[in-house]
Design a protein around this ligand. Structure first.
Ligand code: NDP
Length: 329
């Protein structure tokens, strides 16, 4: 029994090389469930692993791919049986543990989530870690008590992977979405996803540097951090909330404590990697019902294992549009 994988090695200069190899199944890492992988995807983190390791990989040779979707082949875990459709995100798979850039993966069953019947393996990877993180952000705002009647929701980095799926989910749920982007040419795309208002990123970055600005947003999904997040926070209405998941503009933000202590604003930190299983399953269940999957399809391009070494530097330079789904077979 064999499987094919993009096997990565790191040279003395830290540069990573990849070759597609056929390996015996006993090379798969330890785990109680073996999955026949249908699709993986390309994320920023994958770009780091495929080019330099990004300090994320501890042992070589390595198989990358931080998420995958496929079918259970064998299972020693009572929660899964052969034929189950599953998805995996996070748990440092593709970093510390061999990942989805292979026709088979062996993992702990506790890391797997059963796919809702309405989501195919390919669509699961079109959603990927980005889309699943968007759902977690929306769930955090809902848990706070924000409803469509509360008012406008701002999404920063709206044309990016997390941002665009957040726009689509919020619009489908009936929220009024303000999509903040630095790419005016993506306005039509964001409107098609359901944004009500397209905001030029500069409206935030060039807003007055004051701890409190006029109250406007009931909630914020922030994928950017930096000045954008600081000015967004200053415009959250009394009792509102922000779900914070990204740092596209870097980790620091020049914010003030005043929105918290004068307007009772809350901030929810979103981590998709080590999130416990119950909210993970809830997020995938919700993606099956609340994400307009047909809208997502227009953002997807497809690649194979043989394309990954070429695509990796491009994602690091921001040259990839939409989501890249990787057909590993
Ligand atoms: P993308 O690169 O697809 O999107 C990021 C978007 O942010 C860009 O499209 C752009 O949006 C905007 N942006 C980029 N650089 C800047 C800048 N310097 N200033 C202002 N805006 C900027 O990334 P993803 O959507 O996949 O991820 C977004 C963030 O979320 C990343 O930081 C990622 O690491 C993080 N993330 C976190 C997760 C978690 O578990 N917490 C999980 C997944 C992702 P536009 O063109 O619209 O202006």
């Amino acid at each position: 029994m064999t499987f094919r994988a993009l096997v990565l090695t790191q040279g003395a200069d830290r540069k990573v090389s990849g070759t597609i190899e056929t390996l015996p199944e006993d090379r798969l890492p330890a785990g109680d469930v073996t999955v026949a992988v249908d699709y993986s995807t390309l994320n920023y983190k994958d770009g780091l692993v495929l080019t330099s390791g990004g300090g994320l990989v501890k042992t070589w040779p390595h198989v990358g791919g931080i998420d995958f979707a496929g079918t259970v082949e064998t299972s020693e875990n009572p929660a899964f049986k052969a034929g189950d459709k599953v998805v995996l995100n996070g748990y440092r798979v593709g970093e510390l543990h061999w990942g989805g850039y292979a026709t088979k993966a062996r993992v702990k069953g506790d890391w797997l989530v059963r796919l809702p019947a309405s989501i195919s393996s390919r669509r699961a990877m079109a959603i990927g870690t980005a889309g699943y993180t968007s759902m977690l952000c929306v769930m955090a705002l809902e848990k706070h008590g924000i409803t469509p009647a509360s008012g406008e929701i701002l999404v920063t980095g709206a044309a990016g992977g997390v941002g665009s799926v957040a726009v689509a989910i919020l619009a489908k749920l009936g929220y009024t979405v303000v999509a903040a982007t630095g790419r005016a040419q993506e306005g039509d795309y964001l409107k098609a996803l359901g944004a009500t208002t397209i905001m030029d990123r500069k409206e935030l970055t060039e807003a007055p540097d004051r701890p409190l600005l006029g109250e406007r947003f009931a909630g914020v999904v922030d994928t950017v951090s930096g000045v954008m997040f600081a000015r967004a926070l200053a415009q959250v209405k009394y009792g509102g909330a922000a779900a914070v998941c990204g740092l596209a503009a870097g980790p620091a933000f020049p914010g003030s404590i005043l929105p918290f202590i004068l307007r009772g604003v809350s901030v929810y930190g979103i981590d998709s990697v080590m999130l416990p299983k119950a909210p993970r399953e809830e997020a995938w269940r919700r993606l099956g019902s609340d994400l307009p999957l047909d809208k997502l399809d227009s953002t997807v391009s497809e690649a194979g294992l043989g394309d990954l070494m070429t695509l990796a530097p491009k994602i690091l330079k921001g040259e990839i549009r939409g989501r890249v789904v990787v057909d590993v077979n």
